[in-house]
Write a protein that binds this ligand. Structure first.
Ligand code: UT7
Length: 314
């Protein structure tokens, strides 16, 4: 097996939108601070919808866009750090909702880098012959972890989901999902914390900011090298959507020439493991990327974990 490729993407965001002005009515903040420090203008917040609802909606759209059916899926992987139910896991619940029959189904939690981890494990499973066609989903209800009186976090996060249909390629085809570069700095794990049965997120924002803007560009570059592509040849760069200043700093260090850079954080806030597939799916839907385009995905955050790979646009 020569590898796997993304056949289609899909995404879903709950309809309720909170503006910066809405948040300024709750905590001591303002539109100017949020836009200049983080880049966010709006975020979507789930009300009646569960994590499984968000994940299933995105997966359903990806499936519809792929032209494949639920019966053809044999692996479901969900990246999330906001699953409340331990059993069944989110992947099994989504599979049941969609009518996927007897899949391997598991959740992955590497927080904000989760989608790139999940994509890598699906690719590896397909390469090993353990699966042929996968649904890979990033989904979060970050609002469940928010203290709505804490201005340092409640303005930053949002809810949503994105999904990819991934399938095996013919032996002689160029791999559509490049080698993953992944790792973590566990000694810095206390920089992003979500703990307890009624978890509240907290982060050492400046430490994570410094780590992201100084340590990650060489790792993102390594993902390009391992895929045999120069960053200047990329057509798209879809990093984790944490902060516009981080996105622009990494993009600048990579030396992109002709790439569309995902900046969905502006509209969606930080949706952790959902942010990459959500932003990627929107770029494809809007026609800003074309089939076959090389696109660098790069996730980073809690853990502190990171993962990235070059993929071919569906
Ligand atoms: O996705 C998971 C990984 N996480 C990240 O990648 C996050 C990386 N870090 C960041 O994006 C930024 O550090 C933040 C957006 C989280 C914070 O921005 P910052 O520029 O690092 O602000 P800061 O934490 O240094 O706070 C500066 C000031 C403080 O006031 P004083 O002490 O200078 O008086 C904060 O209390 O801004 C204050 N502040 C706010 N002011 C208005 C903090 N939050 C707010 C707010 N509105 N919402």
């Amino acid at each position: 097996m020569s590898g796997s490729r993304i056949v289609a993407l899909g995404h879903y965001q709950p309809p309720k939108v909170l503006s910066n002005d809405d948040l300024a009515a709750l905590v001591d903040t303002d539109d100017e601070w949020i836009r200049t420090r983080v880049g966010i203008r709006t975020r979507h917040i789930a009300e009646g919808e569960t994590l499984v609802d968000l994940a299933a909606e995105a997966a359903q759209k990806a499936l519809a866009n792929s032209g494949r059916t639920a019966e053809e899926i044999d692996l479901v992987v969900v990246a999330t750090c906001t699953a409340i139910e331990r059993s069944p896991n989110t992947a099994a619940a989504v599979a049941a909702r969609l009518g996927v029959r007897s899949p391997a189904a598991y959740d992955i939690n590497t927080v904000c880098s989760g989608f790139s981890y999940a994509l890598a494990t699906a690719d590896h499973a397909i390469r090993a012959g353990a699966a042929r066609r996968a649904l890979v989903i990033g989904a979060e209800r970050m609002s469940d972890t928010l203290d709505w009186t804490d201005r340092s976090t409640c303005v930053i996060f949002g809810d949503g989901a994105g999904a990819a249909v991934v399938e095996a390629q013919e032996d002689d085809a160029e791999p559509g999902i490049g080698p993953v570069v992944w790792g973590s700095e566990p000694e810095k794990g206390d920089a992003v914390v979500i703990t307890g049965w009624d978890p509240v997120i907290s982060q050492k924002g400046q430490s994570v900011f410094r780590w992201a803007t100084t340590q990650l560009a060489p790792l993102a570059r390594e993902a390009c090298e391992r895929a045999g592509i120069d960053p200047a040849e990329l057509k798209g760069f879809v990093p984790h959507q944490a902060n516009l200043r981080i996105i622009d700093a990494i993009a600048k260090k990579l030396g992109l020439a002709d790439a569309v850079v995902a900046r969905d954080v502006v509209d969606s806030g930080n949706t952790s493991a959902a942010s990459i597939p959500l932003a990627f799916s929107k770029l494809v839907e809007r026609g800003e990327l074309s089939p076959g385009d090389p696109v660098l995905l790069f996730g980073f955050g809690g853990g502190l974990a990171y993962a990235g790979q070059v993929v071919r646009c569906p």
